[in-house]
Design a protein around this ligand. Structure first.
Ligand code: ATP
Ligand code: MG
Length: 257
């Protein structure tokens, strides 16, 4: 059986900002239909990784492919199958919500997108706001509009940076369900998040990034095993794994000099 290429394949990614090595030799693959939660403490390198995948940052080393298409700043094919919702999405303040979606649809030359867009706006209770200017939107409303815009072209890989920040409880539950539905229809979701509840609830696989390196990867139960604490929550596992590594890194540095 031919499985086809992974939805996301990051191999040996390294990205530096001056002397800061934000991401170090990172290798991750995720399949169509999979929900991958990308966790890590503040400054671990999650957003940097996502920006490299989106072609917004040029890696110092490594290769990234989206559905088999190579990511590079001037390449087009990977952009046709990718959607990226940034943690602080940039929206056009002087457009209405609907005009914003129309703008995206025309930029991507889409046909037949309106019904899908209406159903997402409906899901997020934004239908009454469709003709209101974005400048009057709250943070959570902006997040939801950005997500609606990201789905217009039916991406095969949806990357979201901090999907739950700013969403009210009802909207975050709806977003979870939406992610599951998208995955069930064959899309791959790569979610960078601090919301461990969400990761535990929806992720097929979880990767933990710490100081630019992937220190653990697997299903929730596999991570529980790694932390050698049966029955522990993802929060406990996360704290234990990231602290253990911190201690190990300090010890290694101490020994080295
Ligand atoms: N534009 C930049 N210039 C210089 N350093 C940067 C830049 N962006 C990020 N960094 C550094 O790279 C490292 C990784 O940052 P990044 O934003 O990728 O982390 P993150 O895992 O997304 O963190 P958070 O959970 O806080 O969003 C940090 O040390 C950060 O200070
Ligand atoms: Mg970030």
């Amino acid at each position: 059986m031919n499985e086809g290429p992974p939805a996301l394949a990051i191999s040996g990614l390294t990205k530096r900002y001056g002397r800061v090595e934000a991401v170090r030799e990172l290798t991750i693959a995720a399949k169509p239909g999979e929900i991958y939660a990308f966790l890590g403490p503040n400054g671990a390198g999650k957003t940097t990784t996502l920006r490299c995948v989106a072609g917004l940052l040029l890696p110092d080393a490594g290769e990234i492919r989206v559905c088999g298409f190579k990511v590079s700043p001037d390449a087009i094919p990977f952009r046709e199958v990718l959607a990226y919702v940034q943690d602080r999405p940039y929206l056009y303040e002087k457009l209405t919500a609907w005009e914003y979606l129309e703008f995206l649809a025309s930029a991507r030359n889409l046909k037949g997108w309106r019904e899908g867009a209406e159903s997402i706006l409906g899901l997020f209770n934004l239908m009454d706001w469709r003709n209101a200017l974005v400048e009057g939107f709250s943070h959570g409303m902006r997040q939801k509009l950005a997500l609606a815009g990201a789905l217009l072209h039916k991406p095969k890989l949806l990357m979201v940076d901090e999907p739950m920040v700013g969403l009210d409880p009802r909207s975050s539950r709806d977003a979870r369900e939406l992610f599951k539905t998208l995955a069930a229809s064959g899309a791959c979701l790569f979610l960078s998040t601090h919301s461990l509840d969400m990761a535990q609830a929806v992720a097929d696989r979880i990767g933990i990034l710490h100081k630019g390196k992937l220190i653990a990867e697997g299903s929730f139960s596999e991570l529980q095993e790694m932390s050698q604490r049966p029955g522990s929550s993802l929060e406990e596992v996360f704290i234990e794994l990231t602290e253990e590594t911190a201690v190990a890194v300090e010890a290694a540095n101490g020994e080295g000099g």
